[in-house]
Design a protein around this ligand. Sequence first.
Ligand SMILES: C[S@@+](CC[C@H](N)C(=O)[O-])C[C@H]1O[C@@H](n2cnc3c(N)ncnc32)[C@H](O)[C@@H]1O
Length: 216
Amino acid sequence: MSQKVLSLLHEKSPYEGFPGDKVPYDPQGWGSDHPVFEREITRLKPSLIVEVGTWKGASALHMAKIARSLGIDCEIVCVDSFLGSREHWLVPRWKSELRLEHGQPQVYRQFLANVVHDGFEDIITPFSCTSSHAAKILAHHDVVSDIVYIDAGHEYRDVLYDIDLFWPIIRPGGVMIGDDFASYFPGVTRAVKEFGDTISVTPEIDGDKWILRKST
Ligand SMILES: C[S@@+](CC[C@H](N)C(=O)[O-])C[C@H]1O[C@@H](n2cnc3c(N)ncnc32)[C@H](O)[C@@H]1O
């Protein structure tokens, strides 16, 4: 698709007038630089990646660095409520990372600041939205993605719903990659296996990342 998703979602750049220099750089993430990103981006040369679950942007920044180093004209759409997941609210050390102000997490500001700090405003498009609404909005705009990275909710129903809603927007030959295929997230492993069964695709597992390939 040649039209940027940015222009479908935003009337002006979300970075316009944002005081990125007022927020210290803090791209903390989890498994955000796994080799699967470089491998699949090098292979597919994506023009569009949709990330579902961005947090402060570590994985999106990593993918943007790879795309730029390969000279690929790629847009990365970051779908996140930027309000945190169950774990962020329940595990004390993650709760402090939400940086609540008047009861509201400030994750979005941190994410924007990190993107501005690394200079990837031209690649990374923020989409501050729930995953289910975002999938339907992207489908409404006939958005087709080369890669979808799933790393939002980690409960069984959340993961299954995200996979199911985002799978149709992947182009033939594209891939869905996901995080946390591990015993400590049984909901992820169950949802990925079940969805794989329904489409007759065996998930590839690489460390704690899972990959579902769409046939051409
Ligand atoms: C594990 S973090 C993402 C980490 C990121 N991919 C990285 O590697 O740095 C999960 C994120 O998913 C978001 N999230 C969870 N459930 C969501 C939902 N239903 N819709 C949108 N975002 C959601 C949370 O706000 C959180 O920022």
